[in-house]
Design a protein around this ligand. Structure first.
Ligand code: NAP
Length: 294
């Protein structure tokens, strides 16, 4: 069972998983676009219906990628994201433990405050905003309810979103660069991004090899501004529309962690091999161009 199957990461998870497994793709408002899965519509915020859902579908393992992943939205509307982001993961973990099946939870690099990178699994979490705090609460509930569960801390991900409805920084950047509209990008906010395809591959390959917390960052530490320049280069467009800005120069409603680069050595040693970032950006640009032509 893959929750969030219509999402950015969930789409890649479904595409890869259905090669070897029969996939139950849980979505809420947008039907997944992957053909070879059994798509099931469910509102997972209705926590009372979960046991019945599991009884009907009888999953053999669960990857939980559903979330309200828009950081600014969570900051503005904490109550509207609380159940999905904080309460649901622990509840799902408990059901999976009772059924004696594996459970994978997708968390975030933003559980750290960005002051002492790179962050390994052993670092103390220090969340800055509401979304990050919700994820920390969820991590704790997952571990408490299903000690064998795997918590994958995902880095910033690049890819082409299957649906245009949710805000995705990557789509926003690609669109602005292709249309040559001004784009402010931070030169002092660093991450270790990875493409959704590599991230999904990492989760699927490692989920039966380990439990506890695992970082699935990429190989390259880069600023948002750096990612933008790489995208423009891949598109063959002069990056005149990209304006370098610094975090302190902007009035921001959401606190920003400056450098949540992940140390993902543990996953690398277990065989996690994310695609080189420049190659990944080229691939994403190709997918974006193809989608624009449709
Ligand atoms: N994107 C990133 O760069 C990033 C970075 C670090 C961590 N993460 C984490 O990675 C995971 C995947 O993120 P993403 O970017 O793929 O998210 P996304 O594209 O925003 O997708 C969110 C998914 O959650 C589903 N969902 C939301 N509310 C639901 C509800 N009430 N019932 C059932 N499903 C619901 C959505 O379904 P519908 O669309 O059908 O409504 C969608 O499939 C999340 O745990 C996120 O916190 C993401």
């Amino acid at each position: 069972m893959i929750t969030g199957a219509s999402g950015f990461l969930g789409d890649s998870l479904c595409r890869l998983a259905c090669v070897k497994h029969s996939v139950l793709a849980i979505y809420h408002r947008h039907k997944p676009l992957v053909p070879d899965v059994r798509a099931v519509q469910a509102d997972l915020s209705k926590l009372n219906n979960l046991e019945a859902l599991f009884k009907t579908l009888e999953p053999e393992a669960v990857i939980h990628a559903a979330a309200v992943a828009d950081v600014a939205f969570c900051q503005r509307f904490p109550e509207q994201s609380r159940i999905i982001n904080s309460e649901l993961p622990g509840k799902l973990a408990r059901i999976c433990r009772d059924l004696n099946i594996p459970f994978v939870f997708t968390s975030t690099d933003l559980v750290f405050d960005g002051l002492c990178p790179p962050y390994s699994e052993r670092h103390t979490r220090q969340p800055l905003g509401i979304y990050a705090r919700q994820k920390v609460m969820a991590e704790d509930a997952v571990m408490q309810n299903h000690p064998q569960a795997l918590i994958c801390r995902m880095p910033l991900m690049i890819g082409v979103a299957p649906h245009d409805s949710a805000y995705h920084f990557c789509h926003h950047m690609l669109e602005a660069i292709s249309q040559k509209t001004q784009l402010n990008l931070f030169t002092d906010e660093y991450r270790t991004p990875v493409d959704t395809h590599s991230a999904a591959g990492g989760i699927l390959n490692l989920m039966d090899k380990t439990g506890g917390v695992l970082h699935l960052g990429g190989n390259t530490r880069i600023s948002r501004h750096g990612i933008g320049l790489m995208m423009a280069e891949s598109m063959g467009i002069k990056p005149d529309m990209i304006r370098p800005v610094r975090i302190d120069d902007m009035k921001l409603s959401t606190p920003r962690a400056r450098d949540v680069s992940l140390d993902s050595q543990k996953a690398f040693q277990m065989g996690y091999k994310p695609m080189d970032l420049r190659q990944a950006v080229q691939r994403v640009v190709k997918q974006f161009n193809r989608k624009q032509k449709l």
